[in-house]
Design a protein around this ligand. Structure first.
Ligand SMILES: [Zn+2]
Length: 474
């Protein structure tokens, strides 16, 4: 993991940020500073002032005494004094008379061990959790983890263990942690702290921008969820993010869960782009960016996370990207897309030749009333196309229920579309060279993009020719 140096020369930027965090909450009202204020909790777990002149460190507010708990004085009302007031300007030693009148014996002993530097020199911040004082994400992460383990001793520690053990990048663990603690700097939170003039959503002007509004209810977020996980229940009003997220533990496969986390992350990023840069969130972009980051993460081989029962499916053995099919076969990828408001649906079928390149495809708008029907129609068209080809074909879908229904010859089929399933079963029975398999959604991005674009009426005419190029972005 790349560590970010807080020591010179990178120290200076971190110093300014840290100083700003340290400033009083109300003194800066902009969003970015308020966000940094949020990060203060994490920074405070390891940051300490290194006294030099003592001229710019507050005695009672700053953490500066290494041998005290949290590095701060707990005894006296020295809120408006700088550390230099306790330093003898001539001898450059601690003024023991001042100390004895103001701090406990234990604090005095600890302070006397703090080295004093030159007059006029600058006190600096250091990261106490590394030997060199350099900030590292890894140590911050462990500090947060430890704090949470201590904090959560009321039966939910297993859930925290599960969250920290998820096979996702540390920045996303932080993100989920902050969501779980309602720690994102939403407008509602900022308003509570007098850091925002009102609590309303900057994207849709809903009166209250809560965490769940940002991530689930705001129209752009809601559309991203509908597109990516049409049947996933988002948290009902009154349900905390943490409870909702934990409820997924037993119901959602790990690879989908990671997809869900990436989607939350990208919805939040899109919201911030709107807040900071006035860029209106565009849900298809949010979904595409989510896919891109997700596939990058899946493609990157890594050791299993410590303490995790984790996703074996995503480790190593998992194909890194859309793999080229074996030389004697073609792969047909299918996906359906369904939007409820306004209602539109389409399917996309993509033929991948033995070089791994897109060579053919179908896309069409369809009339249906559920995402499942769109998926079934897509798979049906894919299987029909495989029949036309008459060669060894693997038809792929990310709809687990449909693939199961076909492969296990179940008598109970999704009730919405039994006729299509029956047709598929018959074609498969008469064409043993055609097989159907389930793929994770993240590996079905090309068909997904085609179906989605078709449903939104923005699929280019020459999409078959350009899909390989576009795939790089998906
Ligand atoms: Zn909104």
């Amino acid at each position: 993991m790349a560590d970010c140096a807080l020591s010179q020369p990178g120290w200076c930027g971190a110093q300014r940020i840290r100083d700003s965090i340290q400033s009083k909450k109300g003194s800066r009202s902009s969003w970015i500073w308020a966000s940094l204020w949020e990060a203060k909790k994490v920074i405070n777990m390891g940051a300490i002032r290194v006294i030099d002149s003592g001229e710019d460190t507050w005695i009672g507010q700053d953490p500066w005494i290494p041998n005290l708990q949290n590095f701060v004085i707990g005894s006296g009302p020295q809120q408006n004094l700088k550390v230099k007031e306790w330093i003898d300007p001539v001898s450059r030693n601690w003024n023991v008379d001042m100390l004895q009148g103001n701090v406990t014996r234990e604090e005095e002993e600890a302070i006397l061990k703090v080295p004093i530097g030159e007059e006029g020199s600058e006190d600096l911040w250091a990261w106490s959790l590394t030997r060199e004082g350099e900030f590292s994400v890894r140590t911050a992460y462990h500090a947060v983890h430890k704090a949470n383990t201590n904090f959560q001793s009321n039966g939910s520690e297993e859930k925290w263990k599960w969250i920290w053990g998820l096979n996702i990048p540390p920045k996303l663990k932080f993100f989920i942690w902050r969501c779980s603690r309602d720690g994102l700097a939403t407008r509602a939170r900022l308003f509570q702290r007098k850091c925002a003039p009102n609590p309303s959503c900057q994207v849709c002007h809903n009166p209250i921008e809560s965490l769940n509004h940002c991530l689930f209810y705001c129209p752009h977020a809601s559309e991203a969820w509908t597109s990516s996980f049409p049947s996933l229940p988002i948290p009902p009003p009154g349900t905390s993010f943490f409870d909702w997220f934990c409820s997924l533990q037993d119901t959602i496969p790990q690879n989908y869960l990671i997809h869900i986390i990436y989607l939350c992350w990208n919805i939040w990023k899109a919201r911030n782009e709107c807040t900071f840069k006035n860029r209106i969130p565009w849900p298809p972009n949010v979904c595409l960016q989510t896919y891109r980051e997700l596939t990058e993460w899946i493609a990157c081989p890594r050791p299993p996370p410590q303490g995790s029962d984790g996703p074996t499916q995503l480790r190593g053995s998992h194909p890194s990207t859309n793999p080229p099919p074996s030389s004697h076969s073609i792969v047909i990828q299918c996906d359906g897309s369904f939007f409820s408001d306004p209602q539109s649906a389409a399917y996309g079928v993509v033929v991948v030749n033995h070089h791994g390149q897109v060579s053919d495809g179908r896309a069409e708008n369809i009339l249906c009333s559920t995402p499942m029907e769109a998926e079934a129609k897509a798979l049906l068209e894919g299987i029909k196309l495989a029949q036309e080809y008459g060669s060894v074909c693997t038809v792929q879908s990310d709809c687990q229920m449909l693939v199961k229904a076909l492969n296990h010859n179940q008598s109970r089929w999704p009730w919405r579309c039994p006729a299509w399933i029956r047709t598929m079963v018959n074609i498969l029975r008469n064409n043993p060279a055609i097989s159907v398999e389930e793929v994770p959604r993240a590996l079905n991005v090309r068909a997904d993009w085609v179906a989605r674009s078709k449903a939104k009426s923005n699929l280019p005419d020459d999409w078959i020719n350009i899909l390989d190029l576009i795939s790089v972005l998906l």
